[in-house]
Design a protein around this ligand. Structure first.
Ligand SMILES: Nc1ncnc2c1ncn2[C@@H]1O[C@H](COP(=O)(O)OP(=O)(O)OP(=O)(O)O)[C@@H](O)[C@H]1O
Ligand SMILES: [Mg+2]
Length: 556
């Protein structure tokens, strides 16, 4: 044994099988070849990397531009198309009728609206359904966006699906519609389910599901607010970058016209945001006082955006469709052409016109005589109206109280508080049944009087009262103005008067089963005798709250 390493065997070293040795070339040549090979490999790698980078840049640019367009409230708007990446522009180029340019006015407002619940309602052909389809895409660039678009029947839905097929793949290249599931899938991972809900019970189909955008096209086809209210419970997301929205479109009238009007149209003038109210009581919906972050604060905002045919040049310009709508009977014409929500089938006061009879609040001159008229109810609402009479004997209804559950005592307290700054009433009338007393206890009228609020029984002649109100609503030939106007804060009177139906059995009267409390109070007011000339004392005293008997019969 020796410690020296073993001697190398002579001959060629063994090579792995399949490899050739460079035994016939010089060592320099060998090195050159090796370097060339490496450079070639590196160049290939560089080419691959450049290609990948270009693809990524293209994708990124595509997304950024599309997102910018969406955020601005429009997709494929002409001026913006020029800024799109080549690939997107090419896709849009051949199909110009698909390019979407929101119509100026209501359609643009609808697409930019930040309120939680928005109704886009009014004239036929105003571009409502089209706008719904586009609004659904608000967050289609976000993988967490889940949209649900509903109509009442499957047949109605088909129309929307067809339209979406023309628009969506252009707006979001790569968007795919899966017919079996009636669902759009966008490249981001966002989805949009197109479905229908016919009966109220059908909504349970969505139990346990969550959506970030819910829209109903033609909300007026639903007879009650049940579906709309239920779906609100399906609106949620855990993604803080997404705002959740509910959107609806509707034509005036229809079986659901009454509740839509109450939910979206009556609370405020069109286009104004307002805090969501309870459709039964009209009160603002609030968080519970124990809410950890928003104790007692209003829940969310609603808005009504009125649609007009004239705002949709795509249909209005030729004038053909307008001519069709003009040929409809008056009620339908007012609804579908003028987008008028106030006309009801067989409305008793079809002459009522918001633009003429409703005025913004103003300071009532102190020396205009004041009139108070009331219709009392406990389980049904009590309505108290306050009117002022100008020098031309015109009525200006400036305040209303409308709620149920008042005892005579609480009603008196509220009236007293509301009248704190009013001059004393020139006359106060109340439903005569409040004096009827078949027992020994106090009547409502007596309780009111004992609590400092005095009334006299109203003239209850139904027919004369109705005719007198018609007279006051029609325009005065001399002045061109109506003899009765209502301040816009009297929301319940404005809500119920125009839709109050005629009685089916007596065309001289209204349907007493309808919500007629505000009408009754107004009728009582119209039946008070007004000379229009305040008594001499009133002209002199400006703000003097002295007691003097006004009614000669009752001595107070
Ligand atoms: N911004 C727009 N760009 C291109 N076309 C539009 C636009 N807005 C509306 N349109 C077209 O105008 C027509 C009427 O619009 P749409 O069907 O949305 O009206 P609508 O208000 O839903 O009518 P209806 O009350 O009868 O349901 C449609 O053919 C629609 O494609
Ligand atoms: Mg439509």
């Amino acid at each position: 044994m020796t410690d020296e390493p073993p001697k190398r065997k002579a001959g060629r070293p063994k090579l792995p099988s399949g490899k050739k040795g460079n035994y016939n070339v010089s060592s320099i040549e060998r090195k050159k070849r090796e370097v060339r090979k490496r450079v070639k490999g590196a160049k290939q790698l560089e080419r691959n990397a450049k290609k990948k980078l270009a693809q990524l840049n293209d994708k990124q640019a595509n997304i950024t531009h599309t997102r910018k367009l969406i955020d601005r409230g429009g997709l494929a708007v002409e001026e913006n198309v020029k800024k799109l990446p080549k690939s997107v522009r090419a896709a849009l180029h051949d199909n110009t009728q698909i390019l979407f340019n929101p119509n100026a006015g209501p359609q643009t407002d609808f697409l930019a609206a930040p309120e939680k619940e928005v109704l886009y309602g009014g004239a036929a052909g105003g571009g409502k359904s089209f706008a719904m389809l586009m609004d659904l895409l608000r967050y289609a660039h976000n993988g967490n966006h889940r949209a649900l678009l509903l109509r009442r029947t499957l047949a109605e839905l088909t129309e929307l699906v067809d339209q979406s097929r023309k628009i969506y793949p252009q707006a979001f290249p790569g968007a795919i519609f899966r017919e079996s599931k009636n669902t759009w899938s966008f490249p981001s991972g966002a989805t949009a389910l197109f479905s229908y809900v016919d009966k109220d019970t059908d909504v349970t189909r969505y139990q346990g599901q969550a959506f970030t955008w819910i829209g109903i096209d033609e909300l007026g086809h639903y007879p009650t607010p049940y579906v709309w209210n239920y779906l609100r419970s399906r609106l949620r997301t855990t993604d803080p970058t997404i705002e959740t929205y509910m959107r609806a479109s509707a034509n005036p009238g229809g079986i659901g016209g009454w509740w839509i009007k109450r939910m979206f149209i009556d609370p405020t003038p069109p286009n104004d945001s307002f805090w969501a109210t309870d459709t039964d009581t009209g009160k603002i919906l609030l968080h519970s006082p124990a809410h950890p972050r928003k104790p007692g604060e209003p829940l969310f905002q609603r808005r009504f955006i009125p649609a007009r045919l004239t705002d949709n040049p795509h249909l209005a310009e030729s004038g053909e469709y307008e001519a069709m709508l003009l040929s409809l009977p008056e009620v339908e014409r007012r609804r579908l052409l003028e987008g008028d929500w106030d006309v009801a089938d067989g409305a008793a006061f079809s002459e009522f016109d918001r633009s003429i009879h409703v005025v913004a609040p103003f300071e009532i001159p102190y020396n205009w005589p004041r009139v108070r008229a009331a219709d009392y109810g406990y389980s049904s609402p009590s309505c108290v109206l306050w009117g002022a009479v100008d020098w031309d004997n015109n009525f200006w209804i400036y305040r209303e109280l409308y709620d149920k559950g008042y005892t005579g005592e609480t009603l008196a307290q509220i009236i007293t508080a509301l009248e704190e700054d009013d001059p004393s009433m020139s006359i106060s009338v109340l439903d005569g049944s409040c004096w009827s007393n078949h027992g020994t206890g106090p009547s409502i009228a007596e309780t009111l009087t004992r609590n400092g609020v005095r009334f006299i029984p109203a003239d209850k002649n139904r027919m004369s009262g109705k005719i007198e109100l018609h007279r006051r609503l029609t325009l005065n030939d001399r002045t061109g103005e109506p003899r009765l106007r209502i301040v816009s804060t009297c929301t319940n009177l404005i809500r119920t008067l125009p839709t109050l139906p005629l009685s089916k059995t007596n065309s001289e009267d209204v349907d007493t089963k309808a919500e007629d409390h505000a009408y009754d109070a107004l009728r009582y007011m119209c039946m008070t005798r007004q000379t229009g000339l305040p008594h001499a004392g009133m002209l002199n005293k400006v703000k003097e709250q002295t007691y003097e008997p006004i009614n000669q019969i009752f001595g107070y």
